[in-house]
Design a protein around this ligand. Structure first.
Ligand code: BES
Ligand code: ZN
Ligand code: MN
Length: 495
């Protein structure tokens, strides 16, 4: 979708969107158009009982005085609540209201009631950003499009200080590109999305200035990454490890490492999953999607920071060569793992990815993303991601970064008492704990591979995909934490 900004002038044709706040009072633009249409706007608002709630909309078609113009009025909610996040949500509502008409393009008259936290250029950029996030759709495999043809492809935002709005939006656009890239990866069906296919997608980041290296099974074998390799050994598709490096920060800058679980399909392996809902396991590479999307965003806007992305890409399949429950594998760290359940595979992948990242790159901080456990969905549902951290200030920064962009993250506990639950007499640890606290024991397992590097783990099993529409996102892959990680790098690792 093409987004542009222009200095305001009253629209006379096409589709124009006007904003009205939660008090229902018309702003200057809305008042002017109401006057030009002999009160049609006010009449429509009254007739529809429009109250200006966020996202509410009402339309006025071809009114007297402006016969070539269709008007849509969109509510912004109470002015005092209108911050960047809410403004993005209003932007998404504008996109939907325009899409509901058959217009291919629309002009948005940007204005906020007194007391709004974002106004003018900042408001215009946030509205545009929300519309941009909301316009994403995954239609790659649709051969016919019914109704889809009405999706708008141009929005123009009229605002005083259009140039400043453009600059602010330019700063956001690479972030949306990163979110969309993650959503494309997560949405791809697993017959196409092999580990090698994923590696090929990572290589596309080269054109943004990211250095991309891909390790195959032979190289991983040499490095002793037997835990990761064990997960992929039942698949005919070769496992891959991809390293993406963005060096925008110079020599003395700290290094942030982002590590992702990239299980391109999780059947459970020999501990096979029930078939109902198994198709959801196409998004078991959501953690890798987040990392790749975040690298795309960070490099796309040329962040002044050093960031490394590492993704472990495997397919978890049952076959004659698959690993068995009861197998004991020696991880790259030297620690041995008894594989009780082959469906607890993500932690095996991350264990070796963690060790590789530390050994090779000595990062100052390690943050991983994984659709790791169903248990985190039992705890937090589909609203919050679960966060585990060995470092309090790191945890606080991640939660704050999420809050700043509207991605909800809730910290969960780590404790010696949980750690003990993955001990086993046969090896240094086993890959599952007892029945309860499954998301926590999974995190404790990961912690055993972090040494003393400040580390945080986001279990995104509940949030990487949404079955319902979200405020700024269509259903489906969410690209969760791409925006939070971009914000995290902005706020704590640049300048
Ligand atoms: N990929 C799954 C977790 C998952 C479940 C993600 C539902 C998204 C939606 C993970 O590999 C898994 O199978 N975890 C097991 C662990 C168990 C065997 C200890 C689980 O959560 O049941
Ligand atoms: Zn999995
Ligand atoms: Mn699994």
């Amino acid at each position: 979708m093409k987004i542009s900004f222009a200095e305001p002038k009253q629209p006379s044709r096409g589709l124009a969107v006007f904003l009205v706040g939660g008090d229902g009072a018309l702003g200057a633009h809305a008042k002017a158009i109401d006057k030009a249409t002999e009160g049609a706007v006010k009449r429509a608002i009254d007739a529809a009982n429009f109250t200006g709630k966020k996202g509410e909309s009402v339309s006025v078609l071809a009114p007297h005085g402006r016969e070539n113009l269709n008007i849509v009025i969109v509510g912004t909610g109470a002015a005092q609540d209108l911050d960047t996040i809410r403004a993005q949500e209003v932007g998404a509502a504008i996109y939907k209201a325009v899409a509901a008409t058959s217009a291919k393009s629309a002009t948005v008259m940007v204005e906020a009631a007194r007391g709004a936290k974002v106004r003018g250029a900042g408001l215009a950029a946030a509205l545009a950003g929300g519309a941009r996030l909301r316009c994403y759709r995954y239609d790659k495999y649709l051969t016919k499009r019914d109704g889809g043809g009405s999706a708008p492809d141009r929005l123009q935002f009229m605002v005083k200080g259009a140039a400043a709005a453009r600059r602010a939006y330019n700063d956001f656009e690479p972030v949306a590109d990163g979110v969309d890239f993650a959503r494309d990866l997560v949405s791809e069906p697993s017959n196409v999305k092999s580990p090698k296919w994923m590696a090929t997608q990572c290589r596309k980041l080269t054109k943004l200035g990211v250095k991309v290296e891909v390790l195959g099974e032979a190289q991983m074998k040499k490095l002793g990454m037997n835990a990761l390799l064990a997960v992929g050994q039942g698949s005919v598709r070769e496992s891959q490890l991809v390293v993406m490096r963005w060096n925008g920060g110079g020599k003395d800058a700290k290094t942030v490492s982002l590590i992702g679980k990239g299980v391109t399909f999780d059947t459970g392996g020999i501990s096979i999953k029930p078939s109902g809902g198994m198709e959801d396991m196409i998004w078991d590479m959501g953690g890798a999607g987040t990392v790749i999307g975040a690298m795309h965003a960070i490099a796309g806007r040329k962040a002044k920071a050093n960031v490394i992305g590492v993704v472990g890409l495997v397919e978890n399949m049952p076959d004659g060569n698959a690993q068995r429950p009861g197998d004991i594998v020696t991880s790259m760290s030297g620690q041995t793992i008894e594989v009780i359940n082959t469906d607890a595979e993500g932690r095996l992948v991350l264990a070796d990815a963690f060790w590789f990242t530390q050994k090779k790159y000595k990062p100052d901080v390690m943050i991983d993303f994984a659709t790791l456990t169903g248990a985190i969905m039992v705890a937090l549902g589909r609203e919050y991601a679960g966060l585990y951290a060995s470092d309090d200030s790191l945890a606080e920064r991640i939660v704050a970064s999420g809050n700043a962009v509207g991605e909800k993250i809730w910290r969960m506990p780590l404790d010696e008492a949980y750690d003990k639950q993955i001990n086993t007499p046969r090896a240094d640890m086993k890959n599952v704990g007892p029945r309860w606290a499954g998301s926590i024991t999974a995190a404790q397992f990961l912690k055993r591979f972090t040494n003393d590097v400040p580390w945080a783990h986001l279990d995104i099993a509940g949030v990487a995909w949404s079955d319902k529409e979200l405020p700024v996102m269509a259903k489906g892959a969410s690209g969760f934490a791409v925006r939070a990680m971009d914000q995290f790098v902005r706020d704590y690792y640049e300048g």
